[in-house]
Design a protein. Sequence first.
Length: 174
Amino acid sequence: MGEELHLRGAKVRLDSFTEADLAPAYLAWLNDPEVVRFSNQRFHRHDMTSCRDYLRSFQGSDNAFLSVKTLDGQPIGTMTVYRSKHHGTADVGIMIGERSFWGGGYGWDAWNTLMNWLIEQPDIRKVTAGTLACNKGMVRLMERSGMALEGSRRGQELVDGTPQDILLYGKFAR
């Protein structure tokens, strides 16, 4: 997105992810089967080199990689924004990696903090996101944030050998 981001919600702050955020906890989240259960990251074994390469992929792009931290600065997850300047869209993703924070409203606060900021940007006309139908928490999060189901890709991915739909959501800025 070009600029360094620092956003504050009621429970979390969102900061541009930096080299300093490449900590053992972040690596542990990516290699925790429960954390990445509904993500294609579950098919990869990550190390600091792969994490550093991913971080570098955002440099010089219109996209953003964010660290989700508690208000006192404890890292608990990450978010991504993939922007299409030509279309005025932003596709958002989230991972709350610290399982002890699951169900505590931190993901909800992070999601809405970023969503509200994006919707206010003059060059963003629509925010999108997607998830597997079996990821009930993510489905609830998107629907509660005002996103509408726009479509699905039936039986697109396998989770534990069972075909799952990918659900596609969107919300227009105006």
